[in-house]
Write a protein that binds this ligand. Structure first.
Ligand code: ADP
Ligand code: MG
Length: 493
């Protein structure tokens, strides 16, 4: 086991080359339960020296370790075993995820189930990577080999900690890559617990390494390291830009899944009850800490006032509570930093628009980073609360006048991760689908995400795709092999 109990606080190290190691500096940092504001773990803080060790281990495992010669079938089997371990330990993992993020336990359970499904999916896909034979006009055979891209540096956020780790580790391992994963410093615990089973399932040392620590040090060193071939990042657009610039020095491959300000569009003819639910669910699920949150709620003028009223009435029923209670629908935000950030947007929103409900801290909690579900209305799409990603339970309701206006407002954003449209008119639905610049468009729903289908953004929401065969592609290189079949010398000189 990695962890030992000292006065209820668990301690964790970095996982490098199949072993638990302290950071070179000996430094650690605290990890919190955001519902109690108490420290629940002390975790080793990796610096550049630790990053170097982990990358060297991943490099050696890729270049000459047993992983380099495993068959796709064997890699698939390892992934199935990882899925099995997740399922066996799902109650504990869900509880740790719940305590560390503040998300409701029921949502944490869904997340952990999705983690297992993700490993199973890529376990199956490992043996389905196909090359091509290319019809070159020569007496030759041209074909392709699909090869792993190498050492993958993977930097993930705190909103779905183990699930984001799975979205990155599973396709990378299926492809035959080795990995250095850096969880968000707020929420490293489930990934660290998961690492306890790596040896048992037959992952050779160095194939998956986990480093903890702040993005500005551990993350930045990983991005800059010349031994890393690819960076896969999920997080804020601001950090995405820093990563692209830094990765340019070593011309790493980069895939980015960044933020959003996703429009959730409601036409007059949409199913009423489903719409109100969909508007609330779209923005308040996981406390609004969702990259695809439907944080701009676009409502057709004819139903606008009634819609705001109905949303407000139903929002009153959202049960805020302790994350471990099964009827809790919203827990606290993940950290003090996030609470302060969201709170500052609440103050800004009160100046930029009208408040239908919420706007502050719920009074019933003495402790914890709780924020009320907040609905701003009469929001202009140029307002900062309509343009900037807040990453909390904050909705901006914006009226529109007809289909063209809805499309114009929806696309008037630097982001393009997700969108949704609600209508019973299939002509209108598909016209709007085609007009929206976003990596996913839901019709009459918002948020369902499945491992079989692609995920990623247009515009400043990033590039590259995760999940499905698309996610595996991002970890593969394509090698062309040209075999001359004509024995005649070239005869050029
Ligand atoms: P937030 O603003 O919510 O903290 P971030 O984009 O900063 O979101 O964090 C997402 C992930 O990126 C985290 O794992 C974090 O440690 C990491 N990160 C933050 N800054 C950097 C950086 N300069 N270089 C590499 N990784 C970073
Ligand atoms: Mg940050």
């Amino acid at each position: 086991m990695s962890s030992s109990a000292t006065a209820g606080i668990r301690t964790y190290k970095n996982y490098v080359n199949g072993e638990w190691v302290a950071s070179a500096s000996g430094q650690t940092f605290p990890v919190y339960d955001p519902s109690t504001e108490e420290v629940i773990a002390e975790v080793a803080a990796a610096g550049a020296a630790d990053v170097d060790l982990a990358v060297k281990a991943a490099r050696a495992a890729f270049d000459s370790g047993p992983w380099a010669t495993t068959t796709a079938q064997d890699r698939g089997r390892v992934l199935f075993k990882l899925a099995e371990k997740i399922r066996q330990n799902s109650p504990q993992l869900a509880e740790i995820e719940c305590r560390n993020t503040g998300k409701p336990i029921v949502e944490a359970e869904y997340d952990i189930a999705d983690v297992a499904t993700c490993f199973e999916y890529y376990g199956g896909l490992a043996t389905k990577v196909l090359g091509s034979v290319n019809p070159v006009p020569a007496n030759a055979l041209s074909f392709t080999l699909r090869e792993p891209v190498g050492v993958a540096g993977q930097i993930i956020p705190w909103n779905y900690p183990l699930l984001m780790a799975a979205w990155k580790l599973a396709p990378a391992l299926a492809a035959g890559c080795t990995c250095v994963l850096k969880p968000a410093e707020q929420t490293p615990l489930t990934a660290l617990e998961f690492a306890n089973c790596f040896g048992e399932v037959g992952l050779p040392p160095g194939v998956v390494n986990i480093l903890n620590g702040p993005g500005e040090t551990a993350g930045a060193a990983l991005v800059a390291h010349p031994g890393v071939d690819k960076i896969a990042f999920t997080g804020s657009a601001a950090v995405g830009k820093i990563i692209v610039k830094s990765a340019a020095d070593t011309l790493k491959r980069v895939t980015l899944e960044l933020g959003g300000k996703s429009p959730n569009i409601f036409f007059t003819d949409a199913d009423w009850e489903a719409s109100i639910d969909g508007a609330l669910f779209g923005v308040f699920i996981n406390q609004g800490e969702v990259c695809s949150a439907g944080s701009r709620i676009l409502v057709e003028k004819k139903i606008y006032s009634k819609f705001v009223e109905a949303m407000t009435e139903k929002a009153k029923r959202i049960k805020l509570g302790a994350p471990l209670e099964r009827d809790t629908k919203m827990g606290p935000l993940v950290s003090k930093e996030q609470y302060d950030r969201v709170s500052s947007y609440l103050e800004l929103g009160k100046k930029e628009a009208k408040v239908a409900i919420g706007g502050g801290r719920p009074k019933q909690f003495g402790k914890g980073y709780y924020v009320e579900p907040t609905i701003f209305y009469d929001v202009d799409n140029t307002a900062r609360i309509a343009r900037e990603e807040i990453f909390g339970p904050v909705a901006s309701v914006i009226p529109f006048d007809g289909e063209a206006d809805a499309i114009r407002i929806a696309n008037d954003t630097p982001y393009g991760l997700a969108a949704a449209v609600w209508t019973r008119d299939i002509y209108k639905a598909f016209r709007v689908v085609k007009s929206l610049r976003a990596g996913i468009v839901w019709v009459n729903h918002m948020q369902p995400t499945y491992v079989e289908a692609p995920w990623g953004g247009y515009k400043q929401s990033g590039f590259g795709r995760e999940l499905g065969p698309w996610g595996l592609e991002e970890y593969l290189e394509t090698k062309q092999v040209f075999v001359n079949l004509d024995e005649t010398p070239i005869g050029w000189y």
